[in-house]
Ligand binder design. Structure first.
Ligand SMILES: [Zn+2]
Length: 275
């Protein structure tokens, strides 16, 4: 068999891309496909965040909005916990490119997300389910982990392989700008309902739950509240039309089981109640 004829330039590019573009993530210690640079992904997310904020109803912090004040307070504590976590590892420099932003958006959607570079949005529609600061910390910790674990970048890289045969981002943008922009949107989970449950893989979700729980505890919130939150989320989802993605996603039951299996260790290692 002549192998040569199977090695087309596209395959070669893909193979080279794979072999040269993997990086090890500080948080998860997992090697991940990385065809997009941090600079590229962060500047794109900064642009998209700005656009989102300017076209959605942002709840002002000043002017007495209790919701926005709580979101800001809890997010700030989670960010401080993240900085502490990275400092303890001697890896503070990894957060250098982060320009943290926190906004509360008026919307009935039960949603929250954090784009690469630390761009947080919490929708008011999730607040009746979180109900308290500790649960909100669970949600924000989860979303911030997606950014730190670079799940969006990984999805973006996988998309470049699948849709563009491993083309560099700049080439994909130049050749197919619309499709590439869509890839960004999917990678960040924009425009999808229940952001906390979408659009990442099952493993991404478990990672986000695990490290989100650690950040919740480090921020001084009782991590046990995560169990109550996911039980409420389960009830909430049960009252809605079941989303089609549920089949490939961890069930709330499985999430709760995983959280329970790491609860004692998380409490011992990270929980320092604040009085
Ligand atoms: Zn998630």
């Amino acid at each position: 068999m002549n192998l040569k004829k199977y090695i087309t330039p596209a395959v070669l590019v893909t193979v080279l891309a794979f072999s040269t573009s993997c990086s090890n993530n500080t948080l998860t210690h997992r090697s991940q496909l990385s065809l997009v640079s941090d600079d590229e992904i962060m500047s794109s997310s900064a642009t998209q965040y700005k656009q989102f904020i300017s076209t959605n109803k942002v709840v002002p912090v000043k002017g007495g909005s209790k919701d926005a004040a709580i979101v800001n307070k809890v997010s700030s504590k989670i960010i401080a916990a993240v900085k502490q976590y990275y400092a303890d590892l001697g890896k503070s420099s990894e957060l250098d490119g982060y320009a943290w932003e926190i906004n509360t958006v008026q919307s009935a959607e039960a949603n929250a997300w954090c784009m690469p570079g630390g761009k947080i949005v919490v929708y008011t529609g999730i607040l009746p389910i979180t109900q308290n600061e500790a649960s909100l910390a669970v949600v924000i910790g989860h979303e911030v982990t997606h950014a730190l674990a670079k799940h969006g970048k990984e999805r973006m890289s996988q998309g470049l392989i699948q849709q563009f045969g491993g083309q560099a981002l700049s080439m994909a943008l130049a050749n197919k700008p619309k499709e590439t922009q869509q890839l960004f949107g999917t990678a960040y989970g924009l425009g999808t309902q229940y952001g906390i449950m979408l659009p990442f893989s099952r493993n991404d979700e478990y990672e986000a739950d695990k490290f989100g729980l650690a950040f919740t505890a480090l921020a001084g919130y009782d991590p046990h509240e995560a169990i109550n939150f996911w039980k409420r989320m389960d009830q909430f989802a049960g009252s809605q039309k079941p989303p089609e993605f549920l089949s490939t996603h961890p069930s709330n039951e499985n999430r709760i089981a995983q959280l329970q299996s790491i609860m004692n260790e998380t409490v011992t290692k990270y929980y320092r109640p604040q009085h």
